[in-house]
Design a protein around this ligand. Structure first.
Ligand code: FE2
Length: 208
């Protein structure tokens, strides 16, 4: 067993990675016309962010035994995009739901599993395509143009998983839909699990 050095000082989270991602994504949104081109660019930027697991503050990585958590990491001042850490407790799952806007999912820790759905003529959600498993460092894209109804769950029953979600809106404030297997629908607004944000703007506490 490796013993921890009691004199070791925990490194602060490297929030500069998140700040750089926020800036680069805002720049891409400003420059790029067309959702598919933006998703391609955004996926590359998110892949850079989740290539390292040294920047997410610990209080944005806490699972709840009740349900999965969505900690807001940043919301664009014009609400053009938002970034959240999605923290799964063991075995936790979403209902079948949509987003109504483009989305990017980057796996940071653990693993999650997603199944896409499409509504049949009776409005019943039917699985479309294979079950997709995301592993650390991998990125998935979602678009209403190609169908954005899905169900996602933690791949693991015995440990938490964390993915970074990016959406083309202030997602916690968007009225979305949950789909029942009987064809029923229910509107929902997810909100966020956290009341405060990581402070990505205080450069005085960072290593040079
Ligand atoms: Fe989703």
């Amino acid at each position: 067993m490796i013993e921890q050095d009691p004199h070791a000082i925990a490194r602060p989270p490297r929030l500069s990675r998140l700040r750089d991602f926020v800036g680069a994504l805002a720049d891409a949104i400003e420059r790029i016309d067309g959702e598919q081109a933006l998703l391609a660019q955004g996926a590359g930027l998110l892949a850079q962010l989740v290539a390292h697991d040294d920047w997410l503050p610990t209080d944005c990585a806490v699972p709840s035994p009740k349900t999965y958590q969505q900690y807001l990491l940043h919301c664009d001042s014009r609400q053009r995009f938002s970034i959240a850490s999605f923290v799964w407790g063991p075995g936790q799952s979403t209902p079948i739901h949509d987003h109504g806007t483009w989305g990017l999912i980057g796996m940071l820790r653990g693993s999650e599993v997603a199944q896409n759905y499409a509504l049949d003529d009776a409005g019943i959600p039917r699985p479309v395509g294979p079950v997709l498993r995301l592993k650390p460092g991998e990125v998935e894209t979602l678009s209403p143009a190609t169908g954005d109804i899905h169900q996602v769950r933690n791949h693991y029953d015995d440990r938490p998983s964390i993915s970074i979600h990016v959406y083309g809106a202030n997602i916690g404030a968007v009225t979305r839909t949950v789909y029942g297997l009987d064809g029923s629908t229910k509107p929902f607004i997810s909100g966020y699990s956290s009341a405060t944000l990581p402070n990505i703007w205080d450069l005085s506490k960072e290593d040079s």
